[in-house]
Design a protein around this ligand. Structure first.
Ligand code: NAP
Length: 334
């Protein structure tokens, strides 16, 4: 019988521009042994998220980069295989940050135990985890959509955008999604219930935005930046809110793209506010208490894009940065 090994994905070098397969390396190491107060974890699902592009870069950011030769960073859902802490037992399923690998050891303290009867465990990485909380925090604190307002959501079929738009819709707003391609747009209107969805790859996208938002835009949820932002910004109304969540279209750019002239932010009294979800981790129980009943009632929808096998994580991540994922991107391991 072959000896069990821990397959890991390491950061081999810092990408220059577009991320490439050989920016990563695969390593096979022995399965680690847990020390006092630690548990041995067999990973079930890894979460691939756009912020990991930032961790590959040494540029100044709100978090330290992954070191060259270190395991790529991610949150994961894992099963406890062995425990040196009375708080957790073999068979328990937990959420933590363990990296792009199949096994890890971690201190039991700080792991969140998951209840499969409440929701499928991998939702702790998507709608009931970081991306869902991001949508909840950004919409309630910054977007604050009101009945009858027009809300535009970029990357609308994705992990964050899908939830942000459904929250705005529940608040009574008219919600316009922006997504890449007809299939994603059909999902955004048909399944998520947005009022319309525009394909940002269409040549007439700015004109389509005018037609969908004839009175302008009250809330713009910024997930992508780039050309989409340049089309949306001049169409913001007086007192519009711009929720600065991310700008994935620019994450591979070595030099920032030119942004809009901000004089209209003064003239229109815009509110443009960025946020980072990790400042609001303590609100995860608040979000789960809202979301679980809605999901059960079929009033809050989500979609997962699950790739199998740890070796496929780099290609899936490269695809995420090019819009190839359709829903919350997860890697199933173990
Ligand atoms: N501030 C925070 O705390 C926080 C937390 C979580 C996520 N975020 C940010 O939220 C955004 C969405 O994250 P997510 O996890 O929900 O990812 P996602 O939407 O599930 O996947 C990323 C999507 O971005 C779109 N995209 C990629 N390249 C693009 C381009 N050049 N132009 C336009 N769209 C492009 C693609 O959708 P289309 O095919 O539809 O274009 C792609 O599917 C990211 O910017 C991320 O960094 C921020």
């Amino acid at each position: 019988m072959p000896e069990a090994v821990n397959t890991q994905v390491l950061l081999a070098r810092r990408p220059e521009g577009v991320v490439r397969q050989d920016d990563f390396a695969i390593a096979r190491t022995p399965i680690p042994a847990p020390g006092a107060g630690e548990v041995l974890l067999r990973h079930l699902f890894l979460s691939l998220d756009p912020y990991q592009r930032g961790r590959m870069s040494a540029a100044k950011s709100y978090a330290a980069p992954v070191a060259i030769g270190a395991v790529m960073e991610c949150r994961a859902v894992a099963r406890v295989e062995a425990s040196n802490d009375p708080a957790l037992s073999p068979g328990d399923v937990v959420l933590g940050a363990y990296g792009w690998q199949e096994w890890s050891v971690a201190p039991a303290k700080g792991l969140m135990k998951l209840d499969a009867a409440e929701a499928p465990v991998q939702t702790a990485l998507g709608i009931l985890g970081m991306p869902g909380l991001t949508a909840h925090v950004g919409m309630s604190d910054i977007g604050q959509p009101k009945r009858g307002e027009t809300v535009v959501i970029s990357a609308a079929s994705g992990a964050v955008g899908a939830v942000a738009g459904q929250i705005a819709k529940a608040a009574g707003a008219r919600v316009i999604g922006i997504a890449g391609g007809a299939e994603k747009c059909a999902y955004v209107t048909g399944e998520l219930g947005f009022d319309a969805c525009l394909d940002h790859r269409d040549g007439d996208f700015p004109q389509a935005l005018d037609a969908a938002c004839p009175d302008g835009i009250d809330v713009y949820w910024e997930n992508v930046g780039g050309a989409v932002q340049r089309a949306v910004f001049p169409r913001l109304r007086d007192f519009a809110r711009m929720v600065m969540c991310g700008m994935i279209a620019e994450y591979n750019d070595p030099v920032p793209q030119p942004g809009p002239n901000l004089m209209s932010a003064v003239r229109k009294r815009l509110r443009i506010q960025g946020f980072i979800v990790s400042d609001s981790w303590q609100r995860l129980p608040e979000w789960r208490a809202v979301a679980v009943p809605l999901i059960r009632a079929g009033k809050l929808r989500y979609r997962e894009d699950v790739v199998s096998g740890i070796e496929n994580a780099p290609a899936a991540f490269i695809g995420l940065l090019a819009g190839k994922n359709f829903g919350k991107l997860l890697v199933k391991v173990g």
